[in-house]
Design a protein around this ligand. Structure first.
Ligand SMILES: NC(=O)c1ccc[n+]([C@@H]2O[C@H](COP(=O)([O-])OP(=O)(O)OC[C@H]3O[C@@H](n4cnc5c(N)ncnc54)[C@H](OP(=O)(O)O)[C@@H]3O)[C@@H](O)[C@H]2O)c1
Length: 269
């Protein structure tokens, strides 16, 4: 099928000029998993700033979930906290709970994740392997599956998965199993994007580099920190907002022609 045959100037007349890069998120219903972590908290604040309705998922950090809820409700944002352990398949009803509360889901951000069983790959046991895969690939897959069904019924939506450059490099010797899980998550992203396109369901991943969050603070000491930063062409750790900004971009109208992409946010790493 060729391009529409139109006079060049009419192409531009078809489009209303919009000078705002981020738009179209007002009252969109967004579920953010791992909303209490470094990147998650930044995601909550950025989506709230755009007037979205927000599901704040947490596992253990109820205090941070409530504090985020309190802050954004003060600004008139509609939101609710949802607790779930994503290691437990019995608790993968999170999307249903969100839909019961807000009627449907427009955007799912699969952000909860991390390395379970931080051990040299020669010592990684089955439980570290399984738990890391459950959190970083199994849970996002089943949450996306449930969101997909609802999005299909109501005309579309967006799913954004948070991956890691460990998927590209294989991770460090202590995070090989994590890199493998994130690589799987990227494969799911591409496959779901293909399956979702005809239903207006857009699926992308943001592949984060070294980001200054509690996750990294648990992994790295002062000495390693300098060495790690030296490997980053932009010579600084990423901020949670660097990743959250890319997610909000993809979720907004600016991302309406992007699907099946893995967007790296790593300072060139
Ligand atoms: N920081 C980095 O350098 C970096 C790099 C690449 C990719 N990433 C990815 O970015 C995402 C966010 O990471 P972050 O750095 O913001 O980490 P973080 O600060 O450690 O936050 C992790 C989040 O995941 C939730 N979580 C952990 N275990 C869970 C479980 N069993 N069930 C449900 N939720 C659970 C935590 O909930 P509670 O706190 O409520 O328990 C928390 O909200 C992750 O997918 C991570 O793999 C991070």
């Amino acid at each position: 099928m060729g391009l529409r045959k139109v006079k060049p100037h009419t192409v531009f007349r078809d489009h209303k000029l919009n000078h705002q890069i981020i738009s179209g998120l007002k009252e969109k219903k967004v579920l953010i998993t791992g909303a209490t972590g470094g990147i998650g908290s930044s995601l909550v604040r950025m989506f709230a700033n755009e007037g979205a309705t927000i599901g704040i998922h947490y596992h253990q950090n109820q205090k941070q979930a409530k504090s985020l809820l309190h802050d954004i409700e003060k600004d008139g944002v509609k939101a609710k906290c949802f607790q779930a352990d994503l290691l437990s398949t019995n608790e993968l009803t999170l999307v249903q709970q969100f839909i019961e509360q807000f009627d449907n889901i427009d955007i799912l951000v699969n952000n909860a994740g991390g390395i379970l069983g931080l051990k040299d790959f020669l010592e990684v046991d089955e439980s570290a392997w399984n738990e890391t895969h459950r959190l970083n690939i199994q849970a996002p897959f089943f949450l996306a599956q449930q969101a997909f069904v609802n999005m299909k019924k109501h005309g579309g939506g967006k799913i954004i998965n948070i991956s890691s450059i460990a998927a590209k490099y294989g991770g460090s010797s202590k995070s090989l199993h994590y890199g493998a899980a994130k690589a799987g998550l990227e494969a799911i992203t591409v496959g779901l994007a293909r399956a979702g396109a005809s239903h207006n369901i857009l699926v992308n991943a943001v592949q984060a580099g070294f980001i200054d969050t509690p996750l990294q603070q648990r992994l790295i000491n002062e000495k390693n920190l300098k060495e790690r930063i030296d490997l980053i062409p932009l010579k600084r750790p990423g901020k949670p907002e660097d990743v959250a900004g890319a997610v909000v971009y993809l979720a907004s109208k600016a991302g309406d022609f992007i699907t099946g992409e893995i967007m790296t946010v790593s300072g060139g790493d």
